[in-house]
Each structure stands twice: as structure tokens, then as C-alpha cells.
Design a protein around this ligand. Structure first.
Ligand code: C2E
Ligand code: CA
Ligand code: CA
Length: 404
């Protein structure tokens, strides 16, 4: 059995836990029966008799306070142990408001229990860990409200970062990156607002906006590019799609509708999807990606190497492009190991007939190494930063190419 799921056996009369003990686990009653006993004015009182399907010890496990009751087996009893780490991590990383509500309910319940036992009741405000959770939850709710008003006030824009062919030194495409420009002219980093939009579900709407806007701009970019470079392949537009946008297959139809309505030729449309989608739910991901691919567009796996994806199942997905994460490109300068990792990623991608984009190229040396290893495309500050559609158009019109 995995380390965090195992069971314990008790005989009638065995103590499962006592008041005051630390509460590191909860228990699921698989079979048998237990009494829950608290002290009331000096006497032991059975407050509950629980059996199969019930949970015990959950309160202390969640709020890390000492056990407030004794629990004793009254028949041969098998308990499945639920370890604290299994519950606390998803609880604290999921939704701070859920976490707050749970803790408040717990605190109030414990207070009611203490009142019943004739003990002093501490106000919820004196609990510092609860205060921290409360502050986080309020921060989150304010952030959510800001995000919704920003959407209404049309404060989101798309910027574009050129992707350069490492064979010709010319622009091969652009990645569309979202920007939030507040009314005071300051920018909020996507590293902050994208996860927030994902938590709140607003990413679906933001994702549609990103696709519509980037394809609208792509039509302008392609026209300008064709004038400057009549015999070259048209640049592609690579737009980020969150896994959450693909969790509902109907949304994929909507995405297809946006692409078709844009009038942009399908061989210029690429969507970037992170590994997380494929790691968390490979079967659904395979379906969703097949459906996207059937539209006739290209698909890229983003941030490759960061999401613990198993190399062995990459072939299950209809991917055209692999983007090597910036972290590998960065550390290539320092360690031979990183260079070897990049080399093996390149080998894998070539074997699967994918093309390769190296992200986050900042120096000449990195560019040279990646070229030598066989990467087809490069993206990074070394070539150009993400920029507004107007600046990107100017760049195209300047006919700029890079030394390769
Ligand atoms: P990403 O998809 O990996 O995008 C590349 C990020 O690396 C961008 O950060 C880009 O500005 C940055 N970058 C590019 N070249 C360099 C370089 O040479 N050095 C360094 N240090 N950074 C470089 P950005 O724009 O802050 O976006 C962060 C992340 O936010 C993106 O990472 C992506 O995951 C997410 N994101 C941005 N726009 C969207 C969007 O429209 N939809 C979704 N779902 N996610 C988005
Ligand atoms: Ca990306
Ligand atoms: Ca990336």
C-alpha cells in the first residue's frame, strides 16, 4: 500500500487516542465501532457512537490543536489512517477562502464544545494562525474583484515576442503574452494574475480574449511580413492556452470557432499548452489535444522539463513543437549536466519529429550552444523582448534579422 494509506486494527476497549495528544492523523472507520468521549464538569460523557464510513480525529488533524476527546474502540475495529500531509497541502494550496471557512467553523465548534464542558472560550481573534489564513483569504477575494473590474475596464492587452529561426536568423513567429496595464499605467506580472485567473475560472474568458486579439494582430503581421519577405514562409502566432480552458470539450469548439472566424490560415496558428495538463489527466489531455489538432492547427508543449512529464508518454499526444524551458537554457552555461539534459531533450524531440524552440536565450553563448545542439528556433531577450503589436509591426517592417 502507498505510504499514506494504511490501516490499524484495534480490539474492543483499546484506546485510539486521548485528550491532549497531538492530532497528526484522522481515521476512516473501515469496520467496527468507537465511542467519542469528552469531559463535562469532571465526568466522562459519551457524545457520539460511530461506525463504518465515519471519520474521527479530523478536527485536530486540520487545525493542529491537541485532541479534545478520547476515542475508544467498542468492538474489533479497523481504521484507515489519513495522514495530515495528505489533506493539508491540497487544502492550503487550493482556495484560501475555503480554508478560512473551514477553520472558522472548526474554531466555533471547538468553542461550543468547550462551553458545553464548562471551559473558558477564547475568541477567534486571538488565534494567530487563523489570522494569517484570514488575511490570505481577504487578499484573494480582493484580487479576484480587481481582476473582474480589470476585465470590464479592458485593461488586458497582448504583447508579442519574436521567435527566431536559428537557421536563417529571421523572424519565424511570435508568442502572444498577456499584459495587465492598470489605469495608473503600472503593469501587473502575468506570473501573478494568470494563476489567480486560473483559480477563479476567469482564465477561460481571458484565454478567449488572448486568442481573438492575437489572431487579429496576426493577420496584420502576416500582411506586413509578406510585403517585406515575399518568398519566405509566413510567421506563426503561438498563443498560450491554460489547461483549464481545455477541461471542458465544449470550450474547444468555441476555440475552434474563434480560430475559423479569424480568417488566419491554419498553418499560422499554434497553441502552447503546458505539461501540467498532460501529467494530471493524460487520458483527457489526449482527447482534448486530438480535438484541437483536428482543427488543423499546430500544438506546442510549453515549459518542457518542468512538469515532471514522463518522456515515455510524450508520443501519445499530437504535438508539433517542444519548447525547452528557460531554466535549462539558463543553467547550460554553468553545468555540463544541463547541457546533457538539453541534448537529450533535443534528441527526443527530433525522434518524435517535433520542432524545437529554446526559451529564454539571453546571451550569444547560449544561442551558439543551442544552435550546435540542433534547436530549430530561439526566443529570448537576446533577440527581442515581448512588445506591443505596433512595435512588433515596426520590427517586421524594419526587415530586421539576427546574426546566426
Ligand atoms: P511562458 O509561456 O513560459 O512565457 C515566456 C515568459 O518568459 C514570458 O514571461 C516572457 O516575457 C519571458 N521571457 C522571454 N524571454 C526571456 C528571457 O530571455 N529572459 C527572461 N528572464 N524571461 C524571458 P511573461 O510574459 O511574464 O509570462 C509569464 C507566464 O505567464 C507565461 O510563461 C505563461 O505561462 C503565462 N501567460 C502569459 N500570457 C498568457 C496567456 O495569454 N494565457 C495563459 N494561459 N498564460 C499566459
Ligand atoms: Ca508559453
Ligand atoms: Ca514557456
Amino acid at each position: 500500500m502507498p505510504e499514506n494509506i494504511y490501516s490499524r486494527l484495534y480490539q474492543a476497549g483499546d484506546v485510539i487516542f486521548r485528550r491532549g495528544e497531538p492530532g497528526d492523523h484522522a481515521y476512516f472507520i473501515e469496520r467496527g465501532a468507537v465511542d467519542v468521549i469528552i469531559e463535562k464538569e469532571g465526568d466522562d460523557v459519551v457524545i457520539a457512537k460511530l461506525g463504518p464510513g465515519e471519520i474521527i480525529g479530523e478536527m485536530s488533524m486540520i487545525d493542529d490543536a491537541p485532541r479534545s476527546a478520547d476515542v475508544i474502540a467498542t468492538a474489533e475495529t479497523e481504521l484507515i489512517v489519513i495522514q495530515r500531509s495528505r489533506v493539508i497541502k491540497p487544502l492550503t494550496s487550493a482556495d484560501p477562502m475555503m480554508n478560512l471557512i473551514l477553520r472558522v467553523v472548526l474554531t466555533r465548534f471547538r468553542n461550543a464544545q468547550n462551553r458545553y464542558s464548562g471551559l473558558n472560550v477564547e475568541g477567534d481573534k486571538n488565534n494567530s494562525s487563523l489570522e494569517e489564513i484570514r488575511a490570505m483569504a481577504f487578499q484573494r477575494i480582493h484580487d479576484e474583484r480587481d481582476l473582474i473590474s480589470a476585465l470590464e475596464a479592458q485593461e488586458f492587452r497582448m504583447h508579442y515576442q519574436p521567435i527566431i529561426s536559428l537557421e536563417t536568423g529571421k523572424i519565424a513567429g511570435f508568442e502572444a503574452l498577456m499584459r495587465w496595464e492598470k489605469s495608473d499605467g503600472s503593469f501587473v506580472s502575468p506570473g501573478h494574475f494568470i494563476p489567480l485567473a486560473e483559480h477563479t475560472g476567469l482564465i477561460v474568458e481571458l484565454g478567449r480574449f488572448a486568442l481573438e486579439t492575437s489572431l487579429g494582430d496576426q493577420a496584420r503581421f502576416a500582411e506586413a511580413f509578406a510585403k517585406m519577405n515575399p518568398s519566405d514562409t509566413m510567421p506563426f502566432m503561438s498563443t498560450n492556452v491554460s489547461g483549464l480552458q481545455l477541461s471542458d470539450l465544449d470550450e474547444i469548439d468555441l476555440i475552434g470557432g474563434i480560430i475559423n472566424n479569424s480568417g488566419v490560415p491554419l498553418d499560422q496558428v499554434k497553441l502552447e499548452i503546458t505539461e501540467t495538463l498532460m501529467v494530471e489527466n493524460p487520458d483527457h489531455a489526449a482527447n482534448a489535444l486530438k480535438k484541437l489538432k483536428a482543427l488543423g492547427i499546430s500544438l506546442a508543449i510549453d515549459d518542457f522539463g518542468t512538469g515532471y512529464s514522463s518522456l515515455s508518454y510524450l508520443h501519445m499526444f499530437p504535438l508539433d513543437t517542444l519548447k525547452i524551458d528557460r531554466a535549462f537554457v539558463n543553467s547550460m552555461d554553468d553545468t555540463e549536466n544541463s547541457r546533457r539534459i538539453v541534448l537529450s531533450i533535443v534528441g527526443l524531440a527530433l525522434a518524435l519529429e517535433m520542432n524545437i524552440v529554446a526559451e529564454g536565450i539571453e546571451t550569444d553563448a547560449q544561442q551558439a550552444k543551442l544552435q550546435e545542439l540542433g534547436c530549430h528556433y530561439g526566443q529570448g531577450y537576446h533577440f527581442a523582448k515581448p512588445q506591443s503589436a505596433e512595435d512588433a509591426l515596426e520590427l517586421i517592417n524594419s526587415g530586421k534579422s539576427w546574426q546566426i
